[in-house]
Design a protein around this ligand. Structure first.
Ligand SMILES: NC(=O)c1ccc[n+]([C@@H]2O[C@H](COP(=O)([O-])OP(=O)(O)OC[C@H]3O[C@@H](n4cnc5c(N)ncnc54)[C@H](O)[C@@H]3O)[C@@H](O)[C@H]2O)c1
Length: 252
């Protein structure tokens, strides 16, 4: 018995990092997953690895028609959806103060995270089964912030407002909506942020970040995936509208 037997899920940004680790765990727990992301080559190889339990589409989450098409493709293949994991993300500028932060970058970062998650909800909720679960991948900086990440931190906070609204709107159908807030997690995405933020080489940059984490290490993508699984599965069936930090204490 898997914890997601006979469930169908859509994962945005499912071709790498936390999204791919979650796809692997979901399939191991019995789910079928549709991976929607930007990189066709990575999506194809990820879906190939996952076999008949996976489908994929090149989908820019900021494009409404593409998001609607991804939901249609997923339901055509697997039937009504049980889980949406809105995970696609970009960092945008790092270490750039607001007075120098390019406006077009600010707009793009908000688009990917906030408009993207909005479109996933807008087109995903109507094709979900009652009793489903939506998880939005925010960040520890959706609850706190730091110097030089105005776009990213604002976008990650914005996802919380979207989540709380959706949690109230979807509750009558028994659909739960929550955000997850990972701390530094060992993916290329985070390694690039750390190098830019510190100006140090990757290993030194990682060490500097770890001095700020009470549990003194990065999360693995698989650890974050296990928390996503908790919110996706019946283990959290009375949990909605929460902001779940998975950050080793980084946000305390
Ligand atoms: N790695 C960390 O430390 C960390 C911490 C907190 C939150 N997060 C969040 O976790 C999520 C996944 O990050 P990750 O670390 O796995 O990095 P990643 O770069 O491996 O994953 C991001 C994915 O989103 C996809 N993507 C980007 N723009 C997109 C768009 N417009 N449409 C569709 N897909 C798009 C990318 O192709 C990529 O597959 C992001 O939302 C990120 O902000 C990461």
């Amino acid at each position: 018995m898997g914890r997601l037997d006979d469930k169908a899920a859509v994962i945005t940004g499912g071709e790498s990092g936390i999204g791919l680790a979650t796809a692997r765990l979901f399939v191991a727990e019995g789910a079928r997953v549709h991976l929607a992301g930007l990189r066709g080559d990575l999506l194809e190889s990820a879906a190939g690895e996952l076999g008949d339990s996976a489908s994929w589409s090149v989908t820019d989450v900021t494009d409404e028609d593409q998001v609607a098409a991804a939901m249609a493709q997923a339901t055509h293949r697997f039937g009504p959806l049980d889980v949406l994991f809105s995970n696609a993300g970009i960092a945008g500028p790092v270490g750039v103060p607001i007075t120098k932060y390019p406006t077009q970058d600010f707009r793009r970062v908000l688009d990917v995270h906030i408009l993207g998650a909005f479109l996933v909800l807008k087109h995903g909720l109507p094709v979900m089964r009652d009793g489903g679960s939506v998880i939005i991948n925010s960040s520890v900086v959706g609850l706190t912030s730091d110097f030089g990440i105005a776009g990213y931190a604002t976008a990650k906070h914005g996802q919380v407002g979207l989540m709380r609204t959706a949690a109230k709107e979807a509750a009558s159908r028994g659909i739960r909506v929550n955000t997850i807030h990972p701390g530094p997690t060992d993916t290329q995405f985070q390694r690039d942020i750390e190098v830019t933020a510190t100006g140090a080489a990757p290993d030194e940059a990682a060490r500097l970040f770890e001095t700020r984490i009470p549990l003194a290490r990065h999360a693995s993508p698989e650890e974050i995936a296990r928390s996503v699984l908790y919110l996706a599965s019946g283990d959290s069936e009375f949990v909605t509208g929460i902001t779940l930090p998975v950050d080793g204490g980084f946000g305390i």
